[in-house]
Design a protein around this ligand. Structure first.
Ligand code: NI
Length: 135
């Protein structure tokens, strides 16, 4: 039997969205408030969905404690209370948009869990704006 398990998590982080070789006007026009050169923060809400086969002996599809620890040590510790542009190397040359953060989290967690699990990441940048990967 295949089943889906969900785990929610939370982190706060700061970012600035801009394209280096664009003018200030163009960056302002495209990224608006997220272009603030002094950075700004978001309270990110993360939902991790894991799909896999239930082990007939344990009744577990995945140990929730293990999933919780993976999210904590690999994602929260990496992103929480960080300036994403300045402190997270994946974003030194890439905009830390909701899209790109979602994909990074998917890469980290699906690599950690391995091929037996299908991972879907949903990341809320605000209560009304969120991304999901895979689409
Ligand atoms: Ni923003």
């Amino acid at each position: 039997m295949k089943i889906a398990v969900y785990r929610k998590a939370h982190f706060n982080a700061a970012h600035r969205l801009y394209v280096k070789n664009w003018s200030d006007e163009k960056n302002e026009e495209v990224f608006g408030l997220c272009n603030n050169p002094h950075f700004h923060g978001h309270n990110y809400e993360l939902e991790v969905k894991v799909v896999g086969e239930v082990d007939p002996i344990t009744g577990y599809m995945i140990d929730m404690k293990y999933l919780k620890d993976v999210i904590k040590t690999k994602v929260e510790d990496k992103l929480d209370h960080k300036n994403l542009n300045l402190e997270v190397e994946e974003f030194f040359d890439k905009n830390p948009t909701c899209e790109n953060i979602t994909y990074l989290i998917w890469e980290i967690i699906s690599k950690e869990l391995g091929d037996a699990y299908e991972v879907t990441i949903r990341l809320y940048e605000t209560p009304r704006n969120f991304c999901e990967y895979p689409a």
